[in-house]
Write a protein that binds this ligand. Structure first.
Ligand SMILES: [Zn+2]
Ligand SMILES: [Zn+2]
Length: 290
């Protein structure tokens, strides 16, 4: 097994990542099987879990809170959001954050784990099933996510990230039957994976560029709708720490609304967000102290 420290994560080793490959075959097969078990409760459970895993978990938890520290919440709330993120079946939090911080450090350059400059399908799914981009060693974790490797819960959850999903699967099967389980876990997770991957592929290929960043990131309204706001990716690359990605009222950013609700409830504070300075006619990041 090839493991490297630091930037050169993609490398030339494109051998099959069997663990991920088998998991994806299982999730996609379950998603197809779900189509034969249609019911309204199954659909509603899938929609609710798509939001819990994708918005509370990945967007608000893994991405804007853990990776970029765009806002702060009490530790117990942070653990809750991050645990929701594991339901997306995108790996453990330390692994996810490390991969994403490497993406920001080397965007569309040598060392980016998933740039479309290495191929569109590579950026979407190829890097998941082939190569070593997800095999971070301890030194890479400590270089890119030292704030997380010190946290015993995250170290445990990183190794056992599939356990919350497994518990949910058993619960749905026991109380809702096959239909609820197949829709709530397999179909929902498969659609969620492709939505997240579109942020890596589509929003580095298609869409408008508000900011002339030194890479290919773009704002995509349809990826934003599928990912609760993560598609405003050019805004995000220009100002990665901002907890708000959609900057205009029509740039739908459900993850930002969630963070804003936590702020109004007095749960989230130190929120970094983009503000337009009309005198300087530029955007800049401000921090709400409360
Ligand atoms: Zn990006
Ligand atoms: Zn980011």
């Amino acid at each position: 097994m090839h493991k490297r420290t630091g930037a050169a994560q993609t490398g030339t080793d494109k051998s099959i990542h069997w663990g991920n490959g088998i998991l994806l075959v299982i999730t996609h097969s379950g998603a197809i099987a779900a189509l034969f078990f249609w019911s309204w409760p199954a659909l509603i459970s899938a929609v609710i879990l798509y939001w819990i895993a994708g918005s509370l978990g990945i967007g608000m938890g893994f991405h804007r809170l853990l990776t970029h520290r765009g806002y702060r919440v009490p530790r117990i709330v942070e653990y809750f959001l991050v645990t929701c993120g594991t339901l997306a079946l995108e790996g453990g939090p330390i692994q996810w954050v490390t991969t994403h911080r490497i993406h920001h450090a080397h965007t569309d350059k040598e060392g980016d784990p998933h740039t479309p400059r290495d191929g569109r399908w590579w950026a979407h799914i190829g890097w998941i099933v082939r190569g070593t981009a997800q095999n971070h060693d301890q030194a890479t974790y400590e270089r890119y996510a030292p704030d997380l490797t010190r946290d015993r819960y995250y170290v445990w959850l990183n190794k056992n990230y599939y356990l919350p999903s497994f518990a949910l699967l058993i619960g749905l099967l026991a109380f809702g039957g096959w239909g609820l389980m197949l829709w709530g876990i397999f179909l929902r997770a498969t659609l969620g994976l492709h939505a997240t991957w579109l942020v890596n592929s589509a929003t580095h290929l298609w869409g408008r560029r508000r900011f002339l960043t030194l890479e290919d990131s773009r704002n995509s309204w349809w990826v934003a709708l599928l990912t609760f706001g993560e598609g405003w990716h050019n805004n995000h690359h220009a100002f990665p720490t901002s907890a708000r990605h959609g900057l205009r009222w029509y740039e739908v950013d459900v993850n930002w609304w969630g963070i804003r609700i936590l702020q109004l409830l007095g749960v989230a504070r130190m929120i970094k967000r983009l503000q337009f300075n009309h005198t300087l006619t530029t955007w800049h990041v401000v921090t709400d102290s409360e």
